[in-house]
Design a protein around this ligand. Structure first.
Ligand code: COI
Length: 355
């Protein structure tokens, strides 16, 4: 294990492992957790000593601010096992930086690197038998922080709990993905918390997404809240559009999550000589491109979703289905990205970090 940034951590081992009860071939996303978790409390203005302990429920005061005012943020990352049995993280510094930006926006304390990265490496090293090899298998990592200070006065908490839990994962979307373009509801607004990975950004989408699911769509593509004319992101993933041979995705903004998979795909695409245009694509342009056939592909990109091709989209009364491509750019980029993550190709960007 790389001991760089390793904090002093108390480790309490589980008396026995649950791993033999897990059917790794039939995992549903986010339902199975490993034997241990990392817990680190913030109180009296400082971070306390982290502890790695058996995964188990814990008590919080019913008046804790997380329940009343939603002071809660999280990250999504993955660990991968390569063909030489080594375990790797992918750009963990990017997740830590985004986590701390989210913390600042929600008036929460930043988590120091030795706890976030150092603690994460120790936890993943302890649970390394849960990282199964072979493309498509990974260990999903969920760092999160909640406000645990008690009292229903509407002010930031003075006490927080940072935790990391781990879940063996396969794909997030198992079937086809069809989307609907948002016309009424909004995910985020300028000046709001859209760029933060805040729990509230996800719960705000549940009701409109439930309505979309009832109509047969897995996801909503959110549009700008002011005019509903510009395509932004899909809530569980950023979105890319291929018009002819140009790859288009919205620029990050106060309303859009700065996705690690998004930025990695942009770098890979540029390196591979693909024409990339980071700009706001309008709904009108998308509809026109679908009608004249220049819209070749749409896909989502995120840690959980990886690269998920989108089969078609609904806008107003019309459903536009995309024609399958012989050489989809989505699959090419997914292959390049996952080859780096699983160490099947060189990592020219230096993104992979050994555990
Ligand atoms: C991730 O991709 O890691 C996310 O956090 C999305 C989540 C809704 C599963």
């Amino acid at each position: 294990m790389n001991t760089e940034n390793t904090p002093e951590i108390d480790i309490i081992k589980a008396s026995q492992s649950k791993i033999s009860q897990v059917d790794f071939d039939n995992l549903t996303f986010g339902n199975t957790f490993t034997d241990h978790m990392l817990v680190c409390d913030f109180k009296e203005g400082q971070w306390q000593k982290p502890v790695i302990k058996p995964y188990e429920p814990f008590l919080i005061d019913p008046s804790a601010k997380v329940f009343h005012y939603g002071q809660a943020i999280f990250e999504g990352m993955k660990a991968y096992r390569d063909a030489n049995n080594q375990v790797w993280l992918f750009r963990p510094d990017q997740n830590m930086d985004r986590f701390n930006k989210s913390a600042t926006r929600l008036a929460m304390p930043e988590v120091p690197k030795d706890i976030f990265i150092g603690g994460l490496k120790q936890l993943v090293a302890l649970e390394e038998q849960w990282v199964k090899g072979g493309k498509g298998n990974s260990l999903y990592i969920r760092p999160f922080m909640i406000a645990v200070g008690s009292g229903v006065i509407a002010q930031p908490s003075t006490q927080y709990r940072f935790m990391i839990i781990l879940s063996p994962a396969k794909s997030y979307y198992s079937g086809e993905v069809k989307v609907i373009i948002a016309e009424h509801y909004s995910r985020a607004a300028n000046g709001g918390i859209g760029a933060a990975k805040a729990a509230g950004n996800y719960s705000a989408q549940f009701y409109p997404t439930k309505l979309a699911n009832e109509q047969g769509f897995q996801q909503i593509i959110w549009t700008d809240d002011a005019t509903h004319t510009k395509l932004e992101e899909a809530g569980t993933m950023n979105v890319f559009f291929r018009i002819n041979d140009t790859l288009i995705t919205a620029p990050t903004s106060e309303r859009i999550l700065d996705g690690v998979t998004r930025k990695s795909l942009l770098d890979i695409a540029q390196k591979e000589g693909i024409q990339v245009d980071v700009r706001s694509l309008t709904v009108d342009e998308l509809v026109k491109a679908a009608q004249d056939g220049s819209l070749k592909e749409m896909f989502g990109a995120g840690t959980a979703a990886v690269v998920s091709p989108i089969k078609g989209f609904q806008y107003q009364e019309h459903y536009y289905e995309l024609t399958p491509q012989d050489q989809p750019m989505a699959l090419f980029l997914k292959e390049k990205l996952t080859n780096i993550q699983y160490k099947l190709e060189d990592d020219p960007f230096g993104w992979t970090v050994h555990v």
